[in-house]
Design a protein around this ligand. Structure first.
Ligand SMILES: [Zn+2]
Length: 686
């Protein structure tokens, strides 16, 4: 009958690839000569499991540990320098050389001393270390067996050959012997000495003239009742070369499988009855052994290890996992992708800008762009968490240095930087400067449109004006944070649409009705300028040096930056997003849920004001002001209509804005001017 074996299937542990990459970089470099390596296989494969030959993390460790039922297979790795060599190499010739080597080992007897060489294998591969791509092809060289060797019958279950008691003795003897001879334990001879005693002989012992045995044995990786595993093929070849007289006539092979069947601990083992009528094998038979790919084709395979080896990918998955734990354990409805994919534009890369960026990164936000026109100064690094002393020495641009540091912290961060000065009202634009201001205006106009969220984190009141106008025009989420000496304000600007400009007085009355809690919808919430009844002017004109520096208690910016980002995350996780209403509480409010303004992460306030004077925090809500100089209908229309000309006029004369929105009229008619005082914002810094 036809002698057939179950072939090996290669199994490369994911830990093998970093190992070979490291070898390539530190030892092999451009060397393409075969690198000896150690693989393992088992003889306890359950039914249906392929006979796997595994290369793992210990493939180059001479002291690798062989567990029970695990055996050694010595082979080699050939790593080509280029993908072309890997592709064009003559595969027939390559395998023929490997077979030659194996044949010589059998002839000169080295394979008797080192039987693990009989499970011969070679891994031909190319490692593309830049892309973490590994092309590979396994071969298990073995030889065609002569016709003088015959399998006489189907394999017999071991229990029909040996009594249970003997099977138990056999296993014990084998395990005792393997403990002392683990590296050579894949092949052996079995001698039944008495009815209760089994002796295991090594290949070297059993092959000697005159030594008797009952079975030729091998640790069999096959899981099939009908077929032994492939190692038997090379074992028989070796014996036909080294001691054909021991095979002459009939002989038996014990395919030892350490897997229980019923009460028999090696019950899945089989015994093969064979016969040999030939002479000493003298000429090298035909060889074969390339492994087919997953679909059974004779082709190499490729594995992409980027996700598990690229440090950048590792950092990304670690960050995402951290956030997913929050979702899995505490907030199952959290939409992490929404936060992750939100594009944030940070206007101002000072203390607020740096800390807002760090906090956004903590939420997994990937796209964080910086706008600033200053250079890193010696006073910056201690408070501005993205700069170092070296940035001062180099005179780096703040936006660029901040973006650079973000990538250093997290390479997956897509951080753009723009060195531009935000044009301001009340700062007349001279002809000489007009071209530069126009460029800044156009750039700002473009990048505001390209982002989803605009953070206003600058150090002056009027620099927030133009981005507020743009944010309202393009319906962006605008988060504003400003600092005083020991206080801060963090707020979200209301979104603007046609509903925002319908009969404001009627709405105000409705919202401020008699209930304990009422709600102002997102499109009716105020902006930073809505509480002012004068247009922003040049607040830096008469600043002293003190006022231009960061004169705040250091902790305030951390507080405000953290709240600004958390306000955004709460807003994004509210079912209505930017339209999320903010609660207004009456004096009789006793506490309790503010349901409508509560999203997945809790309440979404409009404004958060805090102070270190008394360590208190308030969340007032204010409505839009129909005559606001930054977000009212007339401003948005004028901006859409005139763009840069609108800015030029507002820059030249702050009266222009006041006239446009009707503030002048209101102030004159109502005679309020003397009674009005606005909060002094000069101590606002970034
Ligand atoms: Zn406004």
């Amino acid at each position: 009958m036809v002698f057939q074996v179950m072939p090996f299937t290669s199994a490369l542990h994911s830990a093998f690839w970093p190992l070979i990459s490291n070898k390539k970089l530190t030892e092999l470099r451009l060397d393409e000569s075969p690198l000896p390596a150690l693989a393992k296989y088992a003889n306890n494969n359950k039914e249906g499991v392929p006979a796997t030959l595994c290369l793992e993390w210990d493939a180059f460790d001479p002291k690798l540990l062989l567990q029970s039922a695990t055996f050694l297979a010595k082979g080699s790795v050939v790593n080509t320098n280029t993908i072309e060599t890997f592709k064009t190499m003559d595969k027939k010739e390559f395998l023929a050389q490997e077979a030659d080597t194996l044949w010589k080992l059998m002839l000169n007897g080295e394979a008797i001393q080192e039987p693990s060489r009989l499970c011969s294998w070679v891994l031909l591969m190319h490692a593309d270390l830049k892309k973490y791509l590994y092309y590979y092809w396994f071969a298990f060289p073995s030889f065609e067996l002569p016709g003088t060797l015959e399998q006489k019958a189907n394999p017999k279950a071991v229990e029909s050959e040996l009594r249970l008691e003997l099977c138990e003795h056999l296993l014990k003897s084998f395990e005792d012997w393997k403990r002392l001879n683990s590296e050579i334990s894949g092949f052996f001879f079995v001698r039944i000495e008495e009815s209760t005693s089994v002796k295991i002989l090594s290949l070297a012992e059993g092959i000697k003239p005159g030594v008797k045995f009952d079975y030729i044995g091998l640790a069999d990786p096959s899981s099939m009742d009908e077929h032994p595993g492939v190692p038997l093929r090379n074992l028989l070849t070796l014996l036909m070369i080294q001691c054909p007289e021991k095979l002459l006539g009939d002989f038996k092979v014990l395919c030892l499988r350490q897997i229980r069947h019923g009460s028999n601990p090696i019950g899945k083992s089989v015994v093969l009855s064979m016969s040999y009528s030939g002479e000493k094998l003298a000429n090298q038979p035909r060889s074969f052994g390339w492994e087919s790919d997953e679909s059974g084709r004779m082709l190499p395979r490729c594995v992409n290890m980027k996700s598990s080896m690229d440090p950048q990918s590792l950092a990304e998955s670690a960050l995402d996992l951290n956030l997913k734990l929050m979702k899995w354990r505490l907030v199952p409805d959290l939409d992490l992708d929404l936060i992750k994919n939100t594009k944030c534009l940070l206007l101002g890369a000072g203390t607020l800008g740096c800390n807002v960026a760090r906090c956004l990164l903590g939420w997994g936000v990937r796209s964080i762009s910086f706008v600033d026109c200053a250079k890193v100064s010696y006073s910056n690094p201690v408070r501005q968490s993205l700069f170092t002393f070296e940035d001062c020495l180099a005179g780096s641009d703040k936006a660029k240095a901040a973006a650079h540091m973000m990538k250093k912290i997290f390479p997956g961060c897509k951080s753009a930087h723009y060195n531009l000065r935000v044009p301001m009202p009340g700062h007349a634009i001279s002809e000489a400067l007009e071209k530069g201001v126009l460029d800044d205006f156009n750039l700002l106009d473009r990048i505001v449109q390209e982002h989803d969220v605009i953070f206003l984190l600058m150090d002056s009141r009027e620099s927030r004006w133009l981005p507020t106008v743009m944010g309202a025009t393009y319906k962006k989420i605008v988060i504003n944070a400003a600092l005083g000496l020991d206080s801060f304000v963090v707020m979200r600007h209301g979104t603007r649409d046609s509903r925002s400009f319908q009969d404001p007085n009627a709405k105000a009355n409705a919202f401020l009705g008699g209930k304990d809690v009422t709600y102002v919808p997102g499109h009716d919430l105020g902006c930073y300028f809505c509480t002012d009844i004068v247009a922003p002017g040049n607040s830096t004109a008469d600043r002293t040096l003190d006022q231009q520096c960061t004169v705040t208690r250091p902790g305030v910016s951390y507080q405000a930056a953290a709240l600004a980002v958390e306000l955004l995350s709460s807003l994004l996780q509210h079912p209505k997003k930017a339209e999320a209403p903010a609660a207004v509480y009456s004096k009789s409010y006793q506490g309790g849920d503010s349901l409508e303004s509560t999203g997945i992460l809790g309440v979404v306030p409009h404004t958060i004001r805090g102070s270190l004077q008394n360590f208190q925090q308030f969340t007032p809500t204010s409505m839009l002001f129909p005559k606001c100089s930054a977000c009212s209908e007339k401003v948005i229309e004028a901006f859409k209509d005139k763009k840069f000309d609108f800015l030029k006029r507002a820059a030249a004369d702050k009266k222009y804005l006041e006239d446009l929105v009707g503030l002048t009229e209101m102030l004159n008619v109502e005679g309020l001017e003397e009674d009005v005082f606005t909060l002094d914002d000069d101590d606002l810094t970034d």
